[in-house]
Ligand binder design. Structure first.
Ligand SMILES: Cc1cc2nc3c(=O)[nH]c(=O)nc-3n(C[C@H](O)[C@H](O)[C@H](O)COP(=O)(O)OP(=O)(O)OC[C@H]3O[C@@H](n4cnc5c(N)ncnc54)[C@H](O)[C@@H]3O)c2cc1C
Length: 324
């Protein structure tokens, strides 16, 4: 069976959820071989094996942290060459973060392959993997196949379930020689963002968002309280962030972040096309809006016509009560 390379996103050996989702999709296309780089790469092996990695190629070097993406591209290219030389390589899968997309694009260019970014699903096809994308502000779903070279595909977080599928996870050291360009852009400083304790917006399984209807920065506390009762991330419409009620980093939509959680709860958001573009692929969509004619109700699974100042706190209390 052909192998599928899965680029591992991890923090000091702790594997992030989108990588485990990639392993679920990779198993549909071939045998997953994970590529883990940098500090703690070896510590990822147990988790990756538990989720289906037959092999884990590791390489630790300070260059991965000290320079921007090129050392990682060098290493992924080395992995492509090593797996291709030993057998057949069906695809390279990379999580669709900003960094992941840059690595994937540079890799595809180097190995002369086609690339598909922001896939939301992946299945095996007779002539190679077929990727599903949600395009034009999520008004169309397309299916595409790469016709040149080894397919390089980036997959959005929350596109597949994390599934346990124990495999060997044999650790092998990857041989990497860095190119001249690897040290071209040095990281000169790092300032960690103050943690809210909530999950990362683009990776969260549940997102609770507020819009203009929230009517003030101070009122976002009720959105946060619902989010915290559900272990969710907080999102906001552009109207809310432009008003200064919530940070721009939390904006969902065409010019903000794209989210695809299992559950998206929109409160006081009308459902403009630019907002939909960032959340329409959510699995279950719930809206709370006092206007029964609001466009958001066209795409919801569950809609509550009501005042969010009544509905959201009541929902929070109900969630807390049911959790005991
Ligand atoms: C190029 C471009 C890019 C854009 N990118 C984005 C983007 O990335 N993300 C984004 O979100 N927007 C984006 N927009 C803006 C977008 O067009 C809308 O203006 C914006 O999404 C509206 O935000 P909203 O739904 O919060 O506000 P509104 O459209 O004003 O809707 C507020 C809603 O709250 C409801 N409401 C009010 N009070 C209550 C209450 N007490 N209880 C319940 N419901 C209540 C109202 O009925 C209304 O439906 C973009 C626009 C352009 C032109």
């Amino acid at each position: 069976m052909a192998e599928v390379l899965v680029y591992v996103d991890h923090v000091d050996g702790a594997v992030r959820k989108p990588t485990l989702e990639l392993l679920t999709l990779a198993r549909r296309v071939g045998e997953p071989v994970a590529v883990a780089l940098g500090n703690g790469a070896g510590d990822t092996a147990a988790t990756l094996a538990e989720h289906g990695a037959v092999k884990v190629l590791t390489h630790e070097a300070s260059e991965y942290a000290d320079y921007l993406v090129v050392p990682k591209v060098d290493a992924l290219q080395a992995a492509v060459e090593s797996v291709s030389a030993a057998g057949s390589l069906a695809a390279v899968l990379v999580p669709s973060s900003a960094e992941g997309k840059e690595i994937a694009a540079r890799l595809a260019l180097r190995i002369g392959s086609g690339i598909i970014t922001d896939a939301v699903d992946l299945e095996a096809g007779d002539e190679g993997p077929v990727a599903t994308q949600s395009v034009f502000a999520a008004s169309y779903t397309t299916k595409s196949r790469i016709s040149k070279g080894t397919p390089v595909i980036t997959v959005k977080p929350n596109s597949a379930a994390v599934e346990a599928a124990p495999a060997a996870g044999a650790v092998e050291a990857l041989t990497v020689s860095f190119s001249d360009k690897a040290t071209g852009t040095k990281v000169t400083g790092r300032t960690p963002r103050e943690s809210t304790g909530r999950p990362e917006l683009t990776e969260a399984a549940i997102v609770v968002s507020g819009g203009r209807g929230v009517n003030g920065a101070e009122n976002f506390a009720i959105i946060e309280a619902l989010a915290d009762s559900l272990g969710a991330a907080v999102g906001a419409s552009r109207a809310a962030v432009d008003a200064g009620w919530y940070p721009h980093t939390n904006q969902v939509g065409q010019t903000g972040k794209s989210v695809s959680p299992q559950l998206y709860i929109a409160s006081g958001i009308s459902g403009a096309i630019q907002h939909r573009a960032g959340m329409q692929t959510s699995k279950t969509i719930v809206a709370i809006n006092k206007d029964a004619e609001a466009p958001i109700f066209e795409l919801v699974d569950y809609g509550v016509v009501g005042d969010l100042f009544d509905v959201v706190p009541a929902l929070t209390e109900e969630v807390k009560a049911r959790k005991g």
